[in-house]
Design a protein around this ligand. Structure first.
Ligand SMILES: Cc1ncc(C[n+]2csc(CCOP(=O)(O)OP(=O)(O)O)c2C)c(N)n1
Ligand SMILES: [Mg+2]
Length: 395
């Protein structure tokens, strides 16, 4: 792998400033930091800008209400909000082709919405009612919609990086031109699967773009307290022959331009990329966490860089009418209200559905039906399952 280019558009925002003085190390640096602005060659048109604003405002409105419903007990279990990190989802989704793949973590509402998954089935998934995105079997942490390229939200830290690589390898093998984009947190970079996936992706020149949403915390621990390098993803990139890329994850246009550049490159056979987006979660790790371990000044500094009002102000500055943005905010509120209404009133799912979608035939016959009394197809499945079970027992 040739690349040791640094294209770092290093943000000057909070967090980064606190660690200023640590120079970016990338042998053979060429392109220099442009302070988070979009690379000059990528033009961002008005439709893309509006699309990104829509994603940010809709994700913010959706998560705010979803969280309230969790607190009210309408939604059970826990939830992990991405409020504050929406610009990453907005910028990447706008740069992706419709049939590209998204892989994300349990903090994945923003990415799932950004790929066009409607709010109502998503919220129904969280409450486990009829009409839910995945029949109510996944919930907030496992949102998936294959038809939208949303290939899953994974709760095991790091587990999805090799899976995203597999999807990219499949695309490469099929010559489909698809790219897999895999989002994960800063804490994930200390998991073995991160390194294993990056290594093989680089060896295979797979069309996968790994995106670290560096929100600077892994649960209740600051990443800087447990990591030997300043930039947990970018500073490891050189180990796999990749460029060290750090961008302002709160600036959707910087995200979009960088995403376009590396997604397009991966599609053209240029291999993988690793992009570290500096950002911040407004709340705690999950529903149960008030996030009080974070210094007040740090939280305040990042709230002042909230991508929603910041991007709104920028769009108005470039000539987009405030009324048009107001309309989008209203539309977001309308969609949230509609989803909430459905979540409150939808019937419980049919109890029989509990046994569907568990196996490739959509049923449970593989588990117990004797081969003689099943159809030819399910008999084959049952036999295969028995053999697998035998191997598992013996292995
Ligand atoms: C393999 C594994 N180890 C530990 C956990 C518990 N855990 C859940 S979230 C989390 C922190 C991950 O932090 P990061 O990757 O930065 O993602 P963020 O939550 O900040 O988006 C941990 C340790 C887990 N889910 N999986
Ligand atoms: Mg984190």
């Amino acid at each position: 792998m040739a690349g040791r280019t640094q294209v770092a558009a290093r943000p000057s925002g909070p967090g980064t400033a606190a660690r200023a003085g640590t120079a970016t190390r990338a042998a053979g640096s060429r392109a220099r930091s442009n302070g988070g602005a979009a690379p000059a060659e990528i033009q961002i048109d008005e439709a893309t800008r509006l699309r990104m604003y829509r994603t940010i405002t809709e994700a913010r409105a959706f998560e705010k209400r979803a969280n309230e419903l969790f607190l009210e007990g309408v939604v059970r279990g826990t939830t992990h909000l991405a409020a504050g990190q929406e610009a990453v989802a907005a910028g990447f989704a706008a740069a992706m082709r419709k049939d590209d793949y998204t892989f994300c973590t349990y903090r994945g509402h923003h990415h799932t919405l950004a790929r066009g998954v409607p709010m109502t089935p998503m919220l129904l998934e969280m409450v486990g009612k009829k009409g839910a995105l995945m029949g109510g079997k996944g919930g907030s942490m496992h949102l998936t919609s294959v038809e939208h390229g949303a290939m899953g939200s994974y709760a095991i830290v790091g587990a999805h990086l090799p899976i995203a690589l597999g999807a990219a390898w499949s695309a490469q093998y099929r010559k489909s031109g698809q790219v897999a984009v895999c989002f994960f947190g800063d804490g994930t970079t200390n998991i073995g699967a991160f390194h294993e996936a990056l290594n093989m992706a680089a060896v295979w020149k797979a069309p996968v773009v790994f995106v670290c949403e560096n929100n600077q915390y892994m649960e209740y621990t600051a990443i800087r307290d447990v990591t030997a390098v300043e930039h947990p993803a970018a500073d490891r990139a050189a180990s796999y022959g990749l460029e060290s890329i750090v961008i302002d994850g709160n600036d959707p246009e910087a995200v979009y331009a960088t995403a376009r550049r590396y997604i397009d490159r991966a599609r053209d056979g240029g291999g993988p990329a690793l992009i570290e987006c500096m950002t911040y979660r407004h709340g705690g790790h999950s529903r149960a966490d008030p996030g009080t371990y974070r210094p007040k000044e740090e939280v305040a500094a990042w709230l002042a860089r909230d991508p929603l009002p910041t991007y709104r102000a920028k769009l108005i500055e470039v000539g987009i009418a405030a009324a048009q943005l107001d309309e989008m905010d209203k539309e977001a509120a309308r969609k949230v209200a509609e989803a909430e209404q459905a979540a409150r009133t939808a019937p419980e799912p049919d109890p029989a559905s509990i046994e569907t979608q568990l196996w490739s035939d959509g049923g449970s016959s593989w588990r117990s039906a004797p081969a003689a009394s099943t159809t030819a197809a399910s008999a084959t499945t049952a036999t295969a399952a028995t053999e697998t079970a035998g191997r598992a027992t013996n292995g």
